[in-house]
Design a protein around this ligand. Structure first.
Ligand code: SF4
Length: 244
C-alpha cells in the first residue's frame, strides 16, 4: 500500500515531543480560514510512498530521533486511515514513538474498529480544537465540531495521551468567553497532558497568492505571543474552577 504524501520534514521540533520526522499527508476536508497549508487540501499532486520508504527516511536520522519519533500531520492524516495505521504499526514494530496531529474531524462511532486499530499503534494524539462554539466552528472551518469533541471523548475512554492545540485569532477565538468555555469543556478529561495555545499569524498570505487563492482572513491582525499566553491562562483558570 502507498500513502499520498505532500512532503516530509526532517528534524521537526514543534510537532510532538523531541526531534521528529514529520510526514505531511495529502488531503483535508476542512477549510480553516487560517490554514497554513492549503496546498495539502486536495489529494492530487504530492508523492506516493510506502510505509517502508518513510521509515527509511527515519532511519537516516535515527540517532537524532531517539528522543522523538514520527509525527503524521497534513492536511488531515485520517483521510488515509488505512495507510496511517500501517505506517504506525510498522513504526511501532521498530520501537518508534508515533504521534498523530489531527483535527479529529473524520471520527465517527461507526468507524470504531478502524479507530481502535489506529489508537493501538498511536502513542500520542495532538488534537486541534479550532473553536469550542459549534456555530463559530462552522464559520471557521465549514464543519461542525461534533466529531472533534466526540473524538476527544473516545480518546479519553481509551486513556490515550492527548495534547490539545488551539489557535487564537483576533475577533474569532481570542475571546474570553469562548476561552473560558473551552477550559470548562476540557476540565472533564484526565488524558489531556498538554495545552498548546498558538497565536494566529498571517505568514501564509504569500502562499495563498502563489496558489492564486484569496486569503480568507483578509486584514485580520496577527495575535501576539502575549495574547496566546493570556488566552492559555484563561483556559487553565477555567479548567481549575471547573475542578474545584
Ligand atoms: S484542518 Fe489543518 S490542514 Fe485542514 S484546513 Fe484546517 S488547518 Fe488546514
Amino acid at each position: 500500500m502507498t500513502g499520498h504524501i505532500h512532503s516530509i520534514e526532517s528534524f521537526g521540533t514543534v510537532d510532538g515531543p523531541g526531534i521528529r520526522l514529520v510526514v505531511f499527508f495529502k488531503g483535508c476536508p476542512m477549510r480553516c480560514l487560517y490554514c497554513h497549508n492549503p496546498d495539502t487540501w486536495k489529494m492530487s499532486g504530492g508523492i506516493d510512498m510506502t510505509a517502508e520508504e518513510i521509515l527509511d527516511e527515519y532511519e537516516k536520522g535515527k540517532s537524532f530521533y531517539k528522543s522523538g519519533g514520527i509525527t503524521a500531520t497534513g492536511g488531515e492524516p485520517l483521510m488515509q486511515m488505512e495507510f496511517l495505521t500501517e505506517l504506525f504499526t510498522k513504526a511501532k514494530e521498530r520501537g518508534i514513538h508515533t504521534c498523530l496531529d489531527t483535527s479529529g474531524i473524520l471520527f465517527s462511532e461507526e468507524r470504531a474498529a478502524e479507530f481502535d486499530a489506529l489508537t493501538e499503534v498511536c502513542d500520542l494524539v495532538m488534537l486541534d480544537i479550532k473553536h469550542i462554539d459549534d456555530a463559530e466552528h462552522k464559520k471557521l472551518t465549514e464543519h461542525s465540531n461534533k466529531a472533534v469533541l466526540e473524538y476527544l471523548a473516545y480518546l479519553a475512554g481509551k486513556d490515550k495521551p492527548v495534547w490539545i492545540r488551539h489557535v487564537v485569532v483576533p475577533d474569532i477565538t481570542l475571546d474570553d468567553n469562548y476561552l473560558e468555555r473551552l477550559g470548562q469543556y476540557l476540565a472533564r478529561y484526565r488524558n489531556i497532558q498538554a495545552l498548546d495555545v498558538l497565536p494566529y499569524h498571517s505568514m501564509a498570505k504569500k502562499k495563498y497568492s502563489e496558489l492564486n487563492m484569496e486569503y480568507p482572513l483578509g486584514d485580520t491582525p496577527d495575535a501576539t505571543n502575549d495574547d496566546a499566553a493570556r488566552a492559555r491562562k484563561i483556559i487553565i483558570e477555567s479548567m481549575k474552577k471547573e475542578l474545584w
